[in-house]
Design a protein. Structure first.
Length: 394
């Protein structure tokens, strides 16, 4: 088959899927945005890759502006037109598209239907639900109008998809409410590329470069957007301000990271280190530098998003502390596997207290870290995962 895997953000686990599909003899083109600010994987061919695997980055003349609704929408539509042209030129049998804004997804689906190409909607987040909730809070009147538009658009796109892949059973409730056909639904949980994320100790070149190899490190790595709460990371820095051997390390870019940089200067938080996204070949070192990994998700976001960074964290064999709704799949995994602690997003004081307790409990940290890696080795078998995608593609 000719399979186009479109992952707007360029993340590492869809790349692994594309590589695995190509190794099974499919012609695979992996398409992604070169203009979105995200922690991207290694988006290029490696030595030994099959000839039938190719990568295509789509560039705009500017970085997607996530802070301006109108400008962002225009950019995502422009990207969607370029993406549709790529489909028209390559003529795949199947397009699998995830992490994709709905205005882009609409144009992509239209082109697929014109070519009679099977379109598979890979739902990473319930995008319309997210936009609706966020804009209704920010702009009570116009926000509700825009939000309703995106809810209706997402529902329409799902109803017109050949197949739909959900990353959690929890999304099925929304599918039922939207009257999406049940026989179109397939649940395949996200994963992380275990082979690309070996266990590393704190004594690595990246940690030494940033003078973190002799410190206790609480690390946040990944996007820090509207569904996250950067103030929790600030609270951690304030709590550990006087403990000179503890550093809070944030590896991110965008509005959340910029806000933290401003607060760091205002409050004189020398223990807070804010770095941009690192090359993918350094991610294992970044995570290996951590004594404790943290992830945050706003209460409302728990119903429409599952933070994939938590799965990447598991590969590192390091413990984690989550400020995530307990009903979220990421929270369920951490609690079930004993790979960390979970605190509800509104329990700020408890979150900071847990961090202070855990960072000094080496025995508990090591046990949680072992549990994390054991889960990753069991759950992230790319052969089994690829089998599931192939069964969807038919």
């Amino acid at each position: 088959m000719r399979i186009m895997v479109h992952d707007y953000g360029g993340y590492s686990f869809p790349i692994q899927l594309s590589r695995a599909l190509s190794e099974r003899g499919h012609d695979v083109r992996h398409v992604y945005s070169k203009s979105v600010l995200a922690p991207q994987g290694s988006l290029q061919r490696k030595q030994g890759d099959p000839e039938n695997l190719s990568f295509k980055g789509i560039s705009l003349s500017y970085v997607i502006d996530k802070q301006s609704y109108m400008k962002r929408r225009r950019q995502e539509i422009e990207y969607g037109r370029l993406l549709a042209e790529e489909v028209k030129a390559w003529k795949p049998d199947v397009v699998l598209s995830g992490n994709t804004p709905l205005d882009t997804q609409k144009l992509l689906m239209k082109q697929c239907h014109a070519l009679e190409t099977n379109f598979v909607f890979w739902i990473q987040d319930l995008y319309g639900v997210a936009v609706n909730r966020i804009l209704r809070k920010k702009l009570p009147i116009i926000g509700s109008i825009i939000g309703s538009y995106y809810v209706n658009l997402e529902r329409s796109l799902l109803r017109n998809s050949k197949d739909i892949i959900l990353i959690t059973e929890d999304f099925k409730h929304q599918m039922k409410e939207w009257k999406v056909r049940e026989d179109n639904l397939h649940v395949i949980e996200n994963w992380a590329p275990l082979e690309d994320l070996p266990i590393r100790t704190k004594q690595n070149d990246w940690a030494k470069k940033h003078k973190l190899d002799q410190s206790k490190c609480i690390v946040y790595s990944g996007t820090l957007g509207m569904k996250h709460n950067p103030s929790l990371l600030l609270d951690l820095s304030v709590r550990f301000k006087e403990q000179k051997d503890v550093k809070v390390v944030v590896v991110s870019e965008g509005a959340g990271a910029d806000w933290l940089k401003k607060k760091k200067l205002e409050m004189g938080l020398d223990n807070l280190l804010i770095l941009g996204f690192q090359p993918f070949d350094q991610v294992a070192n970044v995570l290996g530098t951590a004594d404790l990994l943290v992830a945050v998700l706003e209460p409302d976001a728990g119903s429409f998003s599952v933070p994939s960074k938590v799965l990447t964290y598991h590969c590192s064999g390091k413990p984690m502390l989550l400020s995530v709704p307990g009903t979220n799949l990421a929270a369920k995994i951490v609690k079930r596997q004993g790979s960390g602690k979970v605190v509800e997003p509104f329990e700020t004081e408890e979150f900071v207290n847990q961090a202070e307790h855990l960072i000094r409990d080496d025995i508990a940290l090591k046990k949680m870290g072992r549990n994390a890696r054991a889960y990753a080795e069991e759950a992230f078998d790319i052969k089994r995962i690829t089998d599931k995608f192939e069964s969807v593609f038919g």
